[in-house]
Design a protein around this ligand. Structure first.
Ligand code: IMP
Ligand code: MG
Length: 188
């Protein structure tokens, strides 16, 4: 195990079970709209969700399109700035024919996802749902208590985690599991 990881919170086997379950849920929920001619778009929020989306999309049997947005709500380190800035936008003209599932790595305050849902609905998407690998409900913004993703992998305690796409200052994204980062790394 990486020496900066205190403990593994979600291992490879657990992640595999999560992506299998969520892919089956998405297949079940979107079959009718795909058959009715709507396009299903997996919208990956860069960069942290790249690994999760890559695994998830392989297990969905419906035809899916993919796209990417980049937003920033975190500055450097482990503290949220509280703002959502769009750094890479979604540009397409057919959004009324598109069902979007936003793919996130983790819900923390909930500000990123709740902002993006409103933003993409305003842009005219046929529907907008959310999918997250991890959820830290203890950290929810007081204004967003009760906010949850439509598809969720697993709930985790209020610990700063890295791996499987998640970073600390751009490091640790390539670890194949989700682990708790040793506080020694960010307090030194
Ligand atoms: P929210 O807007 O506060 O829900 O923040 C969501 C974003 O914060 C995620 O997409 C991550 O990029 C980042 N984030 C929140 N918690 C963690 C963590 O424990 N490790 C790494 N990134 C995190
Ligand atoms: Mg991040």
């Amino acid at each position: 195990m990486n020496q900066d990881i205190l403990s593994i919170l979600v291992n490879e086997e657990q992640i595999d079970a999560i992506t299998t379950r969520i892919a089956a849920e998405i297949d079940r929920d979107y079959r009718a709209s795909v058959e009715a001619g709507k396009k299903l778009l997996l919208l990956c929020i860069l960069k942290g969700s790249v690994v999760f989306m890559g695994d998830l999309m392989k297990k969905i049997t419906l035809p899916v399109e993919i796209d990417f947005m980049k937003v920033s709500s975190y500055g450097a380190g482990t503290a949220s700035s509280g703002r959502v800035n769009i750094l890479l936008d979604l540009h397409r003209r057919d959004l009324p024919d598109v069902d979007i599932i936003i793919i996130e790595d983790i819900i923390d305050s909930g500000r990123t996802l709740s902002y993006l849902i409103d933003y993409l609905k305003l842009k005219g998407a046929n529907s907008v749902k959310t999918c997250t690998l991890l959820d830290k409900p203890e950290r929810r913004d007081p204004a967003l208590v009760g906010f949850h993703a439509d598809y969720a992998g697993t709930t985790i305690p209020d610990e700063f985690v890295v791996g499987y796409g998640l970073d600390y200052n751009e490091q640790y994204r390539a670890l194949p599991y989700v682990g708790i980062l040793s506080p020694a790394v960010y307090t030194k």
